[in-house]
Design a protein around this ligand. Structure first.
Ligand code: GLA
Length: 383
C-alpha cells in the first residue's frame, strides 16, 4: 500500500512549485532481483520482483509546451525544458530520466504535450534497487494517462528503457523497467529478455516460514557505471569471438574453451546464471523456495569470482548470513556497491541481522540498513 504520506508530500511539493493542484498520482516500485544478474543485456533470463518502496509522481497538464520536473529528493533543482527541444544529452542529472521518457514517447509517435510533474521517492539511490527505472516508469504512466495515450505495458517498459539508454546514456538492460511495470504482488517475474515474454511465478515467502531480507551495505562506488559498461562490452566481445548473436546462445560452459581466459570467465557467469534462473523458477513453481538458497549463493560466487562485480561489504554479508544458517544470499542489482538479498527462515532473520551488523562493526564499515522485501504490485495509478 502506498500510504497517504508519499502522495501528500508529492502534492505539497507540486502546489509549492507550480501553484496548483495535481490531476493525478501514480506510483512505480523499485525491484529486488531474486536471481539472474547481468543476463538481461545478454538476451538471457531474469527473475526480479517489485517491492513496496518506489517513486510517487503527481502531475498536471500545462499549456506552454514545457516539461517541468521537481523532486523532493533534489530540492531547489526544478528543471523546465521545452518538449520540442528535447534531445539526447540535453538534460543533465536526475531529470534526464523523466525527460528521456517524454522524449522516447514523442519519438515513438505518441503526442505528449506540456506537463508539470512532482516526485517523491522512498528508494535509496545507488542501493541496487532500481530507483532510476521507478522514476522512469512513474513518469511513463503519468504522461500516458494524462494525455490519453494507451501503450501496452511491455512496450512502455521498452520506451522507459530507451529513455535510459539513448537519452540519459546509461547502457542498462530491460530488467528494471519490466519489473516495475509488469510485477505482481506475491510473484516474481520470469522474463525471457530475448523474446520479451514475461511470466508471473509465485513468490510468497511468509507462508513457508521464510523471509527475504535486504541488506543495504551502504557502499556506493563512484565508478559503478564504468564497471557496468565494461562488463557489457566484455560480454559482447565474448559473443563475437564465439560467433553467436549473444551469450544466450551458449548453454554449456564447455563451449567456452578456447576463449580468452578473462572473456571465458565473464561468459561462464552468464551461461551458468541463465541456468540457475530457470532452475530457481522451477523450484518456485513447485512451491520450494527454500531449496533455491544454494542457487542464490552460487550466483553470488559467480558474480564475485567470474564476473567480478561484487564488493567487500557484499561478500562479508553473504558469508556472515550463511555462517549463521541462512538458506542462501547474493548481491542484487548491477553490483559495485548496493544491496544483498538473504533468504532465511523468518525466525532466524534477527540472527542474520546481528551477525552482519557485527561483521561490519568489526571491519569499521558504516552500519548496513536492513529491510524485508515482500513481492508487491507493479506500477499503477493511485489517484
Ligand atoms: C542494473 C541494470 C539492469 C541489469 C542489472 C544487472 O540493475 O539496470 O538492466 O543489467 O544491473 O543484472
Amino acid at each position: 500500500m502506498i500510504g497517504p504520506d508519499a502522495r501528500d508530500r508529492a502534492t505539497g511539493l507540486f502546489a509549492q512549485q507550480y501553484g496548483e493542484e495535481p490531476r493525478g498520482t501514480w506510483h512505480a516500485p523499485g525491484r529486488v532481483n531474486l536471481i539472474g544478474e547481468h543476463t538481461d543485456y545478454n538476451d538471457g533470463f531474469v527473475l526480479p520482483f517489485a517491492i513496496a518502496a518506489g517513486v510517487t509522481a503527481v502531475a498536471a497538464r500545462r499549456r506552454d509546451g514545457m516539461l517541468a520536473l521537481a523532486s523532493r529528493q533534489a530540492p531547489g533543482e526544478q528543471v523546465t525544458v521545452p518538449l520540442d527541444g528535447l534531445a539526447p544529452g540535453s538534460v543533465p542529472g536526475w531529470a534526464a530520466y523523466p525527460a528521456g521518457v517524454a522524449w522516447a514517447l514523442r519519438t515513438a509517435g505518441y503526442p505528449v504535450e506540456g506537463t508539470s510533474l512532482g516526485y517523491d521517492s522512498d528508494l535509496p539511490l545507488g542501493a541496487g534497487l532500481a530507483s532510476s527505472a521507478a522514476l522512469e516508469c512513474a513518469t511513463a504512466l503519468a504522461l500516458t494517462d494524462l494525455h490519453g495515450i494507451v501503450v501496452p505495458r511491455p512496450q512502455l517498459a521498452a520506451i522507459a528503457h530507451r529513455a535510459e539508454n539513448d537519452f540519459a546514456g546509461v547502457p542498462t538492460g530491460i530488467m528494471d523497467q519490466s519489473a516495475a511495470l509488469l510485477g505482481q504482488a506475491g510473484h516474481a517475474l520470469l522474463l525471457d529478455c530475448r523474446s520479451g515474454i514475461g511470466t508471473a511465478v509465485p513468490l510468497d515467502p511468509a507462508p513457508s516460514g521464510l523471509a527475504l531480507l535486504v541488506v543495504d551495505t551502504a557502499a556506493r562506488h563512484e565508478h559503478a557505471a564504468d564497471g557496468y559498461a565494461a562488463r557489457r562490452q566484455e560480454c559482447e566481445d565474448a559473443a563475437r569471438a564465439l560467433g553467436v548473436r549473444s551469450l544466450r546462445d551458449i548453454t554449456d560452459s564447455s563451449e567456452l574453451a578456447g576463449l580468452d581466459p578473462l572473456l571465458a570467465r565473464r561468459a561462464r557467469h552468464v551461461v551458468t546464471e541463465n541456468s540457475r534462473v530457470l532452475t530457481t523458477a522451477g523450484l518456485l513453481r513447485a512451491g520450494q523456495l527454500g531449496r533455491a538458497g544454494p542457487l542464490l549463493t552460487a550466483s553470488h560466487a559467480s558474480l564475485r569470482d567470474d564476473f567480478e562485480v561484487s564488493w567487500p561489504e557484499a561478500d562479508a554479508t553473504v558469508a556472515a548470513a550463511i555462517e549463521v544458517g541462512a538458506h542462501g544470499a547474493r548481491m542484487t542489482g548491477g553490483g559495485f556497491g548496493g544491496s544483498v538479498l538473504v533468504l532465511v527462515a523468518a525466525e532466524q532473520a534477527s540472527e542474520v541481522r546481528a551477525a552482519v551488523a557485527q561483521r561490519f562493526a568489526q571491519a569499521g564499515w558504516a552500519a548496513p540498513q536492513f529491510g524485508t522485501a515482500v513481492p508487491a504490485a507493479g506500477a499503477r495509478r493511485i489517484r
